[in-house]
Design a protein around this ligand. Sequence first.
Ligand code: AP5
Ligand code: MG
Ligand code: ZN
Length: 213
Amino acid sequence: MKLLITGRPGAGKGTQAVNIREYYNIPHISTGDMFRAAMKAGTKMGLLAKEYMEKGQLVPDEVTIGIVKDRLLEDDCKEGFLLDGFPRNIKQAEALDEFLKENNVNLDAVLDVNVAQEVLVRRMVGRRVCKNCGATYHVEFNKPKVDGICDNCGNALIQRPDDTEATAVNRLAVYDEQTAPLLDYYKKQGILVTVDGDQDFDKVFEDIKAVLK
Ligand code: AP5
Ligand code: MG
Ligand code: ZN
């Protein structure tokens, strides 16, 4: 299965990606996670990405497109992959199409997790992530068993620096301006499928499995 998952910031892409990765046994490739890992490692790319991410802006295309291509050439992507948060504008989508064509790869589907804007600031501001394993929680909607501690690995939960209200609002605006046009782009290719992301976590995944059948 070769998939893209798209949707507004906070729609639940990362949350559902964990289910999809396990169910279809494909690697989950999140550009946001790759940038956060680079920031943590203190690499040059991480330092550059930080400048953009903390304002809620997109990291420059040259950087982003390069890291995705390199990642897709790795062996574990041969049978399938799930790209999360990429592409994020038309230029990235065109670069991806060109790359896939060169490598004789076809996408099976582009999955849009649709959630209305109003719900999302609350989802982002209340999100907590494990600083060790990356598991995602929410202070109201998906509480860990022990406050502030990851169920999976026992490490501390932290708030993403770009999950402040002001940055979340800005990320939503960037989505409308730059990412939303991708829906039409992939609709024209006949591979866009949509699920309602404003439902219970399990119901969203049931719907995902149904539309990908
Ligand atoms: P990225 O990391 O991709 O962030 P995003 O797109 O803003 O999306 P999020 O990760 O915030 O949301 P999500 O949909 O994964 O939601 P989640 O499942 O966590 O990008 C961050 C930054 O990196 C960008 O701003 C940009 O600077 C840079 N970047 C990344 N890719 C780039 C690219 N291609 N080009 C340029 N720059 C790029 O869920 C959110 C919360 O809601 C959680 O707390 C969760 O528990 C909760 N939740 C999930 N599902 C439900 C549900 N059904 N009901 C109730 N709560 C739910
Ligand atoms: Mg995410
Ligand atoms: Zn953890």
